[in-house]
Design a protein around this ligand. Structure first.
Ligand code: 5GP
Length: 259
């Protein structure tokens, strides 16, 4: 048997060649990094939960007409996706002040923003993902004006939908990061939502207690990150109720048994 070909390994995911041309397999790792990989660790079961949470959100977004790369989940840690040409721009949508916005502008974390703000960051680890504007994106040709128009449009639709989805289960969607990719049909291309949507790239606060249910628990050494991710999955109806909240992860199970 030949080993499948690895296309890319990122901080939290691995991409393998898919079964058909134009497809890839996205594998979710338990590895967690923060502050441009200066802080490294693992969150047990994170990959399994993110795979499931991302599947859920992408499926719902597809149902409201947001085009995306997700095809189907294959197993606990893998999903089949469409291969895209990743646009090297991280799109951050903010509803509430937090993180780098609070630091940059001196606005207290938790302050509701007067309107939703979209920010762009250049996807480049060596540079630490610097903040950029439409001007840089146009000048350096990272995306066209039309593509940026579609991206901003989709980001707002995703935000509106996700604010409602999380509010319904008592979670405030503070901010999140999206990535987009280009797919080609002969000479024409269009932009679709790519990557993942999970507590790794969202700030999710419990509406009553303001407790953080996302990767900030890891970034800020708060502990309980696995429980927080499980709580998000549970509230979205993705965890079996009343089974001690065990994440059945055969990979981890086999490793534990030394196989
Ligand atoms: P900030 O700019 O405040 O650090 O992040 C804003 C939002 O985007 C947060 O929800 C954060 O999780 C997400 N985000 C920004 N950059 C990255 C990144 O490189 N990786 C991940 N997973 N999330 C990011």
């Amino acid at each position: 048997m030949s080993r499948r070909r690895q296309i890319y390994e990122g901080k939290a995911k691995i991409l393998y060649e898919g079964p058909e041309p134009g497809t890839l397999i996205q594998y979710f790792k338990d590895d967690a990094t923060a502050f441009n990989a200066q802080k490294k660790g693992t969150i047990n079961g994170k990959g399994v939960l993110n795979n499931r949470i991302s599947e859920h959100i992408f499926t719902l977004l597809g149902q409201i007409g947001v085009p995306h790369h997700f095809i189907r989940r294959l197993n606990m840690r893998e999903q089949l996706i469409r291969q895209v040409e990743i646009i090297p721009v991280e799109v951050v949508v903010r509803n509430v002040a937090a993180g780098t916005l609070s630091k940059r502008l001196g606005i207290e974390e938790g302050e509701q923003l007067p309107r939703t703000i979209i920010e762009y960051f250049y996807k480049d680890d060596a540079l630490g993902d610097p903040m950029i504007t439409d001007e840089h994106i146009a000048a350096f040709g990272w995306a066209s004006q039309d593509e940026m128009h579609d991206i901003a449009d989709m980001a707002i639709r995703v935000n509106d939908f996700m604010c409602g989805l999380f509010a319904a289960v008592g979670i405030r969607l503070v901010d999140f990061k999206l990535e987009f990719g280009r797919i080609w049909d002969n000479d024409y291309s269009r932009v679709i939502l790519a990557d993942e949507i999970s507590p790794d790239g969202c700030r999710l606060w419990d509406m009553k207690s303001n407790e953080k249910l996302d990767k900030d628990r890891f970034r800020r050494d708060l502990g309980g990150e696995m429980e927080a991710y499980q709580e998000v999955a549970r509230r979205l109806g993705l965890m079996p109720e009343g089974e001690g909240h065990a994440v059945l992860d055969m990979d981890a199970h086999r490793k534990k048994r030394g196989r």
